[in-house]
Design a protein around this ligand. Structure first.
Ligand SMILES: Cc1ncc(C[n+]2csc(CCOP(=O)(O)OP(=O)(O)O)c2C)c(N)n1
Ligand SMILES: [Mg+2]
Length: 623
């Protein structure tokens, strides 16, 4: 057996270079490169290996470890999970900075490989700088924190352990049903240790990404159920887009006449103006989709986790006899809500269902409802896009202005605050990859880092990051990384001086927006003083971006046109009215479960509690 005398760090880098993913006959390198921030935990091991191999595997220096994992996750999402980055950190804080974004990747089911440095395997230098000591075990490090947020976790204490661990890591990363964050913790001494690795480990390896077929009996049962339905409804999740199943979805619904509601991750599966697109479904859904969900007797779920936002906290489906058919690559998802589980790839399974249900078509009455409710919704969107006429723009008007100004293939990127709900409802998607929303973890701070990942994945598209002032203040520093890489993104900051989303939510639970506005502390000791003004344009300019302010629709249109024409990263700051919120909830036939205090000295809370208790009666178990 021929061997290669490599350090563990070198072996990992050579292995990463050799991995490829193949689906539908197209093969690409699985790792685009490595993001990393060095410290004593990785500078000499992986650091040396990355230096030596830098022209074969590109190294990227971000500003924050959490951000680099967001960037990797966004890149992987944009590539439908067929390509990603590895991320390396030092030990201690560098490593734990990655935990948040690792959870995000796992929740969103996108592959990222994390390589945190770890404490000495020999323990001779313990406690090393940044080591967490435990009084109950010497086999504990902060990297144990990655276990619950990783789909595969390992620590390499001996070089001999590396090869099987790397292969397991790839099995999970490549698996459509299993994928998420994968963590291989690397003690700093082991990283630098040399060993005779089998040469085979470094040969080009192509991992076939399967399109698994669902069980034939289950498909038959699903076909029978669907054929017997009178008010069927389809929920399209992210799995439709990852599987590149949008054409299959369109064929299936055009043949049957079913309408489609989209989750955040599935938005864009059908273009907004397709006659059977009911738009967003759930808590942040349209009245069209929510009425269809309410009345449905059969719900076909495709590639969705069915989170509370999609099921309106288990209140969306009011038909007493409602049954579910679920097409999902992960059993965990396919079995939810007592569905007939079609554990398989969205594209091939939709094609099989389409063949099975030939001859079945929804009634004219159903088709008329879809048409009328959809027209009603488009009119509502137009109304909101027109704005309030006030001197400060409403968020809906800014969204409408952006929607009109952007090209169909441009990508918007967003994650947290009031924007995701407003965009889910109002954004008129025209391209399956044009709406990039991280709403599995809805992690403030994902936006700019994620935008960078999207642009790295799709350099031929214009990328517009839509970010609230709160999220911007949490993680804006990756603007410097975008400048460093010459990667152009456009960032639109929605400045409403604090948390409009949580402020509204707080008011709805009787808490008057407590702790959600950016204000100075006042004489009485409360945070109710003068509004804090942050100069976001100056902040962005200081990081190297072109920066501009746009306070009205006309200057916003001009700023967007300038940003599009520019070669550099641009930040456009738009003041928005925090109180001009896009409606939701009851108004669009939905509900979200946020428990209100059961007892309180505040009347507003007691009132909110009784409204809450009414809402809770809509919840169903759906077992
Ligand atoms: C990391 C993180 N912390 C807290 C939250 C809870 N949260 C959701 S939205 C939000 C406020 C966002 O503020 P901003 O970005 O200004 O958006 P706005 O609500 O004003 O639209 C908070 C605190 C979160 N989603 N992520
Ligand atoms: Mg805000």
């Amino acid at each position: 057996m021929s061997t290669c005398h490599f350090t563990v760090g070198q072996a990992i880098v050579e292995f990463l270079i050799a991995q490829h993913a193949e689906r539908d006959g197209v093969t690409r390198p699985f790792f685009e490169g490595v993001f990393g921030i060095f410290g004593h935990g990785n500078v000499a091991g992986l650091g040396e290996a990355l230096l030596a191999a830098r022209h074969r595997l590109r190294f990227y220096l971000p500003r924050n470890e959490q951000a680099m994992v967001h960037t990797a996750a966004a890149f992987a999402k944009m590539h439908n999970r067929l390509q990603t980055f590895a991320c390396t950190s030092s030990i201690g804080p560098g490593a734990t900075n990655m935990v948040t974004a690792a959870a995000g990747a796992t929740i969103n089911r996108v592959p990222v490989l994390l390589l945190p440095g770890d404490i000495f395997a020999t323990r001779r230098s313990a406690p090393v700088l940044q080591q967490l000591e435990s009084s109950s075990s010497l086999d504990v490090s902060v990297n144990d924190c990655f276990k619950p947020v990783s789909k595969f976790w390992d620590r390499i204490n001996r070089p001999e352990q590396l090869a099987p661990s790397l292969l397991e890591a790839m099995r999970v990363l490549i698996s459509p049903g299993e994928t998420g964050a994968v963590t291989i913790a690397l003690p700093q001494d082991v990283q630098a240790e040399a060993f005779g690795f089998p040469a085979e480990l470094f040969e080009k390896r192509t991992w076939h990404v399967p399109r698994r077929r669902a069980d034939a009996g289950a498909v038959e049962a699903a076909v029978d159920l669907l054929k017997s339905s009178t008010r069927p409804f389809l929920i399209a999740g992210g799995g439709v887009i990852y599987s590149e199943a949008c054409d299959a979805l369109r064929r299936f619904v055009e043949r049957t006449g079913m309408a489609v509601g989209e989750t955040q991750a599935g938005k864009g599966a059908l273009p907004f103006d397709h006659p059977q697109s009911a738009g967003a479904v759930g808590v942040t859904g349209t009245s069209t989709a929510n009425r269809l969900a309410r009345d449905a007797d059969v719900v076909v779920v495709v590639g969705s986790r069915l989170s509370d936002f999609t099921t309106a906290s288990s209140s969306a489906f009011a038909n007493p006899g409602v049954r579910f058919i679920s097409i999902n690559v992960a059993e965990l998802d396919a079995f939810k809500r007592g569905a007939i589980p079609l554990v398989g790839d969205a594209r091939v399974t939709l094609d099989e269902l389409e063949t099975g249900v030939r001859g079945f078509r929804v009634s004219d009455a159903y088709a008329r409802d879809v048409r009328e409710w959809k027209a009603e919704w488009e009119a509502e969107t137009d109304r909101l896009f027109r704005g309030t006429g006030a001197s400060v723009l409403s968020q809906a008007e800014v969204i409408g202005t952006l929607n009109a100004a952007l090209d169909p293939r441009d990508v918007i990127v967003c994650a947290a605050g009031s924007l995701p709900g407003d965009l889910h409802k109002l954004w008129r998607s025209r391209d399956a990859k044009g709406y990039h929303m991280e709403y599995g973890y809805s992690c403030m701070g994902y936006e700019i880092a994620g935008g960078l990942g999207v642009k790295l994945a799709a350099p031929d598209r214009e990328v517009f990051v839509l970010v609230g002032d709160g999220s911007y203040l949490m993680m804006a520093q990756e603007l410097a990384t975008a400048i460093q890489e010459g990667v152009k993104i456009t960032v639109v900051v929605f400045d409403n001086r604090g948390f409009s989303s949580i402020g509204g939510l707080s008011a709805s639970v009787g808490c008057a927006g407590f702790g959600t506005e950016y204000r100075r502390r006042d004489a009485s000791g409360d945070l109710d003083g003068e509004s804090l003004s942050v100069d976001f344009a100056a902040n962005a300019a200081s990081l190297g971006a072109k920066a501009t302010k746009a306070a009205d629709a006309g200057s916003l249109r001009r700023a967007i046109a300038d940003a599009r024409a520019a070669r550099e990263t641009t930040v456009i700051v738009v003041p928005v009215d925090r109180n001009a919120r896009v409606p939701g909830g009851e108004r669009y036939e939905s509900w979200w479960d946020v428990p209100v205090a059961e007892t309180s000295t505040l009347k507003a809370v007691r009132d909110a509690r009784s409204v809450y208790e009414q809402g809770r009666r809509r919840q169903r178990f759906l077992l």
